[in-house]
Ligand binder design. Sequence first.
Ligand code: AZC
Length: 820
Amino acid sequence: MLDSHFKKEEFKKAVKENVKMLYRKTIDEATQQQIFQAVSLAVKDVIIDNWLATQKQYEKDDPKIVYYLSMEFLMGRALGNNLINLTAYKEVKEALDELGFDLNVIEDQEPDPALGNGGLGRLAACFLDSLATLGYCAYGCGIRYHYGLFKQKIEDGYQIEVPDNWLKDGYPFELRRPEYAKEVKFGGYVRVEYDAATGRNRFIQEGYQSVMAIPYDMPIVGYNNKIVNTLRIWDAEPITDFRLDLFDKGEYHKAVEQENLAKNIVEVLYPNDNHYAGKELRLKQQYFFISASIQEAIAKFKKNHDDLHDLPKKVTFQLNDTHPTMTVAELMRILLDEEGMEWEEAWEITTHTCAYTNHTIMAEALEKWPIELFSKLLPRVYQIIEEINRRFILEIQNKYPGNQEKIQKMAIIYDGQVKMAHLAIAGGYSVNGVARLHTEILEKQELKDFYEMYPEKFNNKTNGITQRRFLMHANPLLADWITDHIGDGWITNLPELAKLKVYADDKKALQEFMNIKYQNKVRLAKYIQEHNGIEVNPHSIFDVQVKRLHEYKRQLMNILHVMYLYNEIKAHPEMDFYPRTFIFGAKAAAGYRRAKLTIKLINSVADVINNDASINGKLKVVFIENYRVSNAELIFAAADVSEQISTASKEASGTGNMKFMLNGAPTLGTMDGANVEIVEEVGAENAFIFGLTADQVINYENNGGYDPMQYFNNDPDIRNVLMQLINGTYSNGDFNMFHEIYDSLLNTNCSDRADTYFILADFKSYAEAQKRVEAAYRDSEGWAKMALLNTACAGKFSSDRTIQQYVDEIWHLDKVTIED
Ligand code: AZC
């Protein structure tokens, strides 16, 4: 493609024209940022034609639509990805070369849109890519946060959060669509009015404040198929025109409040991953984007269908975790209050249109809103939820007569709280987990009662990632090598990677494969040198853990093990030790104290070890600042070892694990999340598995029987490392600095359970697995084979496969092709 559209000379001309039009400059006067804007505009021009054509085709075919509703879309940069999917990357690179610019440098000018925290938001982004590539009609619906996830700076080893003003230079790929604006109402009260004509009550919200939701559309380019879908993110603006009456009435204060509401609501993304903070503004954000999205979806449906009873045939609302669960109530509100339906028919439509994905079993992530807050902010929606709850409890009583415990455990409103997961399950037709193990735990443990009541709703959809970004764009050397060997079918059919297996014993191929890894390591080493001022040896083992910082992900176990290795090397200087570089990248939620202290610990350990000349550079520790999608791409391509070491049962799936595997890094991990399926695909001999199983962990938890002190007492290595947390080894003699971490493991001083995440229980088994890694790496041919097999067996983990399963088993969408 771009085939017919893309002509190099025309493109160059367009870039020059754009620079002139936008900045009144010639291209040699323009800054790199200005060139980026001009190039993006030229690319957008091509995209817009396809976008229009896609729209036309959808109007003609009237396919079923999925609305992927998500508080988070962690898109990463668009320019490179769009060029890849337009199959114009190489041509544009050449064209820019001829103009004297380096496409990589131009790409680096783009802000990295971080409208998400971690796995959940990045999954949404991969799904959009796959939906467009597979030719399904899909809209991503979210929020246009003015500030994305904070930028991380490290100062004196501590994380500092800096605002991410990603819109400051203007974002060339977005399109403002004021003609689709929607009003969203908050607060006030509900007046009930009897309507004699229909014999029914009408519910009218009065005394409310409202904001205008203004959509911005971003194109989602499918791979080589001319399809361009839409990510629609909503901005908020005050309704000045509507509410001038308030000024007139002298209600100045109210009018200003309303202005502020609009300003605040979309200001910033909450920086929590897997954690519920219960802030009122967050609830406003949720209702804001859901109300706007559902209103728009219904308006669109009504444009070319006249019977809303057909909605489930034409529309699915997929709820990305419980954050968009308001959908259930908002859809009911529209059907009841605006469309005048009876409860039963509205409920029938709603429960066949909504579907829910669960992404975690972490209790602290469960959304439970106090009814006081909820009912004040959303009086009518709350009434509807009360009625849903009343009827749901009747259903429970019907099924389990006299069983009060069931009601207590399953009610949507209980103990003064609205339980969003319960609403999502009761109000939808599908509940899915994100990896096989995770879905099993949901069914047997976390959502057991719901599973027993509605087994038919439950299903698994193991996560996936897009190979277009995480192999083609992230690792062009490997992508080209693969295409040279097995053709380019893998780009849209990842299981074709299995054809690489025939090279597992081919010395030349293995050498080439590892040579590419080496070049990627050199590329990352350069980045680390530039950004951290640390020199790392590209011949050392690159052992990488990059993901959000969370206790359950156990970055702490990793760094404690590094401390242990360092002790070993110091104690046995003669010991044969293969050089290792431990690479970390992680943001901690701004208010997560212990996670931030873990970052400080990693940096402190790095300081001591990296500056100890006596170990001859055998060990290096690097904390990469501001881990995000753009540098992740460099990191995955360069990794030798993929650290996936969460406490078994806690990581719902993980998707970083898949990105490493795809780029030829074996997994060092627990039997958790999708690791289980990774091992199943690649074989246990091509991964390094250790630690307690999910069953063992759950068993300990249910029976309260784990005692970390026994490991501390009986294992001198563990004791030694833990003591170094409180004897100043890594804190210039400050005994207090890391005391909290020490306490958290042994519960000498803290309120929660000791070592909640079983670090001491798994420590020795982890250290032993690390020894196996080292031994395996020494056998360079054996390692090369293992690395290559990881890539060859990654076929299952494409988000194309995941999306096809959602389509076949939940959404039932129609495939669309663009007619020329
Ligand atoms: C994450 C899970 O922690 C991660 O294991 C999974 O791969 C990812 O979702 C995508 O499914 N969950 C979250 O980021 N957040 C919440 C609230 O679950």
